[in-house]
Design a protein around this ligand. Structure first.
Ligand code: AMP
Length: 279
């Protein structure tokens, strides 16, 4: 496996592999089983796999955790090597966003609510970085986790709107045995918070189950989910919504293809999760 840090190096590598079927997995590093599941999918579908590690400063708000975001390149390189990655691209912030950088990419309506409301500059940071990465890597397929469901929809929209010739593949959420979705940020949780964090997926599963059993009134479904979350004293709910799965518009009556979206805080740690359900 090669590690390339420069943009010119990546472009030269890509030109040399013009005829390959390229699978691309963009990440911020601190790799875990969730990331590895994306890499395995790419490995299965494509002849060559590129992973990027870039802790993208543009997608962090001023009061967020950019400075202390976990970074461990050596361990990440080892995991990528073991997973059969062909190329690891690790650009520097200085080269990725040089001094006179002035272009951003924004997906309007889909970015406005939920995560976009809680983190106003987040999606513009994500879409700017992902657009640049897709232009550089020119993958046939790019793999994104359902874990960041709104991000996945925003990126699908971006690829469609800008006619980028890459297929976006959605990969299922990898969870711990108690249901907590794997995340690089889970390491911020104290032992007590970690135990309480399991409530989030339990509440979402309860919501899914209620819908599958025939409940349709969203206010009642939300009340049940809130009750489950209130069992943990430390959890503060940011949002807990039943939405139309493609537009992310909130529903008052459950119908069609839906996604249950949740964001909570446990002390200073923010967790998001979601589940899909169809009736
Ligand atoms: P990140 O490094 O957090 O930016 O994530 C990189 C990619 O991995 C994104 O597409 C995430 O949605 C995906 N991902 C993160 N956690 C998980 C998980 N638990 N299961 C599946 N995909 C994940």
């Amino acid at each position: 496996m090669r590690t390339i840090r420069s943009i010119r190096g990546l472009q030269a590598w890509r030109r040399k592999h013009e005829n390959q079927q390229i699978g691309f997995v963009p990440t911020m590093g601190a790799l875990h089983e969730g990331h590895l599941s994306l890499i395995r999918q790419a490995r299965k579908h494509c002849s060559m796999v590129i992973v990027s590690i870039f802790v993208n400063p543009l997608q962090f708000g001023p009061a967020e955790d950019l400075g202390r975001y976990p970074r461990n390149l050596k361990a990440d390189q080892q995991l990528c090597r073991e997973a059969g990655v062909d190329l690891l691209f690790v650009p520097s912030g200085e080269e990725f966003y040089p001094q006179n950088f002035q272009t951003t990419v924004r997906v309007n309506r889909l970015s406005e609510h939920w995560e976009g409301e809680a983190r106003p500059t987040h999606f513009e940071g994500v879409t700017t970085a992902v657009t640049k990465l897709l232009c550089l890597v020119r993958p046939n397929q790019a793999y994104f986790g359902q874990k960041d469901y709104q991000q996945l929809l925003v990126i699908k929209q971006l690829v469609k709107d800008l006619n980028i010739d890459t297929k976006i593949v959605r990969c299922p959420i990898v969870r711990e045995s108690d249901g907590l979705a794997l995340s690089s940020r889970n390491c911020y949780l104290s032992e007590i918070q970690r135990r309480q964090a399991a409530c989030l997926s339990v509440a979402l599963r309860q919501g899914v189950k209620s819908i599958q059993l025939g409940k349709r009134q969203v206010s009642l479904i939300q009340r049940e989910m809130k009750k489950m979350l209130s069992q943990s004293k430390e959890i503060a709910i940011e949002y807990l919504a039943v939405c139309e799965a493609q537009s992310l518009k909130p529903l008052t009556v459950a119908k069609g293809s839906m996604v249950l979206l949740a964001a909570v805080r446990l002390g200073h740690v923010r967790l998001i999760d979601n589940m899909l359900v169809k009736v």
